[in-house]
Design a protein around this ligand. Structure first.
Ligand code: AVJ
Length: 317
C-alpha cells in the first residue's frame, strides 16, 4: 500500500525503499549528493590520495586549446553531472579567448552544487552566461533546446558509476540529440596500481568514510531514519573481475533501523553490507567500445604521463 505512494513522500523514497529491501542491500550513488554530500565530495577532490580530479584538471589545462579548437569556436557548453564545475572553467576561459561570450549549461541533481557552480563561474568569468538545469540524466531530450554547435561534457569519471549497459544507454541518449557538428567530451578513470587506487577511496583522514555514511545521514534527515552512523564501517575494495572499486557500509553488529516515512524496519546482521557505489576503471579499448556501441566515433584521447586518467573527444557517426 505504501509502495505506490512513495514518490509523493520524497524524491529519494522509492530508491531507498527498493535498495534497502533488496538482497544484497544497495543504495544508488546519486544519493550521495545532497548539500552535505556535495560539500564532502568537494573535500575529497582536494585530498592528497584522490588523484582523479587533479589529474583530469591537468589534462584539461594542458590540452584546453586543442580541445576547444577541435570542438569548434562557437560552441554552447552543456555539462552533465556538473557538480561544482571547477574544471570546466579551464575550457570556458579558453573559449572566451576567441569570443565575447559563451553559454554554459550545467546539469545536475544537486541544487546546492548548481548554485555554487553558477556563483564561481560568474565571478571568475563574467562573460559566461550560466543557465543551470536541475535534473537527472534519464531524459536528455532537453539538449535539443540549446543551439548548436554543442560541446557536451561528461567528465569527472561520473560514467564510472554506471554499469556498461547503463553507460551505453546514456551515451545513446546523448548521441540521439547531437548532430555532426557537435562533440562529446568524456572523462574516464583508468585501471592502475592498487597502491594508488585503494587509498583514493579510503583516505587517511576519513573524508571518504564520512561521504559514504552521508547516505545514511541523509536517510535519517529526509525520511526520519534511525541509522546509527557509527554502527557502519566504511569499506572500499577492488573487484578485479568487474574492474571496479566498490564502496560498502558494513554493519559492525546486529541492528535494526526504522525508517519512519517509509513505514519500514530493516534488520541488519553483523557484517551485512549495503553496497553504495561502483566506480569503474577503464582501458582505452573499453572506452572506444562503449562509445562505438552508443554510435560515437572517437576523435582523440588525451592522458597524463602516468596513464592514470583519460579525456576523450567523440562525435556521432
Ligand atoms: C564522482 C563518481 C567520479 O567514483 O571517484 C569519490 C565519486 N566516490 N570517492 C569516483 C567518489 C568516492 C567519484 N565520482
Amino acid at each position: 500500500m505504501i509502495a505506490h505512494n512513495l514518490r509523493l513522500i520524497s524524491p529519494i523514497a522509492e530508491d531507498v525503499y527498493a535498495g534497502l529491501t533488496s538482497s544484497p542491500r544497495r543504495l544508488p550513488a546519486k544519493l550521495f549528493y545532497d548539500a552535505a554530500g556535495s560539500a564532502l565530495f568537494e573535500e575529497i577532490t582536494r585530498l592528497p590520495e584522490y588523484y582523479v580530479t587533479r589529474t583530469e584538471a591537468a589534462i584539461l589545462r594542458r590540452h584546453a586549446a586543442e580541445i576547444c579548437r577541435r570542438a569548434g569556436k562557437g560552441v554552447t557548453v552543456i555539462e552533465l553531472a556538473a557538480g561544482s564545475a571547477e574544471k570546466t572553467r579551464l575550457l570556458l576561459a579558453e573559449l572566451l579567448r576567441d569570443r565575447m561570450s559563451v553559454t554554459y549549461v550545467p546539469v545536475d541533481v544537486s541544487e546546492a552544487a548548481l548554485a555554487a557552480a553558477r556563483d564561481s563561474i560568474e565571478r571568475a568569468l563574467p562573460n559566461v552566461r550560466v543557465q543551470p538545469v536541475l535534473r537527472e540524466l534519464s531524459d536528455l531530450r532537453f539538449l535539443a533546446r540549446y543551439p548548436g554547435p554543442r560541446l557536451v561534457l561528461f567528465i569527472g569519471s561520473t560514467i564510472g558509476n554506471l554499469e556498461d549497459d547503463e553507460a551505453v544507454a546514456l551515451l545513446r541518449g546523448i548521441a540521439a540529440e547531437l548532430g555532426p557538428q557537435d562533440r562529446l567530451l568524456l572523462g574516464t578513470d583508468l585501471v592502475k596500481d592498487l597502491a594508488v587506487l585503494l587509498p583514493a577511496y579510503n583516505d587517511a583522514g576519513g573524508v571518504t568514510a564520512r561521504f559514504n555514511r552521508n547516505q545514511l545521514a541523509r536517510i535519517n534527515r529526509e525520511l526520519g531514519g534511525t541509522f546509527d552512523l557509527e554502527g557502519f564501517r566504511h569499506v572500499a575494495l577492488w573487484n578485479a573481475e568487474r574492474s571496479r572499486i566498490e564502496m560498502h557500509l558494513e554493519a559492525r553488529r546486529r541492528q535494526s533501523v526504522r525508517i519512519r516515512d517509509l513505514g519500514l524496519v530493516v534488520e541488519f546482521a553483523a557484517g551485512e553490507r549495503i553496497h553504495t557505489e561502483n566506480s569503474y576503471k577503464y582501458t582505452l579499448p573499453r572506452v572506444r567500445a562503449l562509445l562505438a556501441q552508443a554510435g560515437f566515433g572517437l576523435e582523440q584521447s588525451w592522458s597524463d604521463e602516468r596513464g592514470w586518467y583519460a579525456v576523450h573527444l567523440a562525435h556521432i557517426r
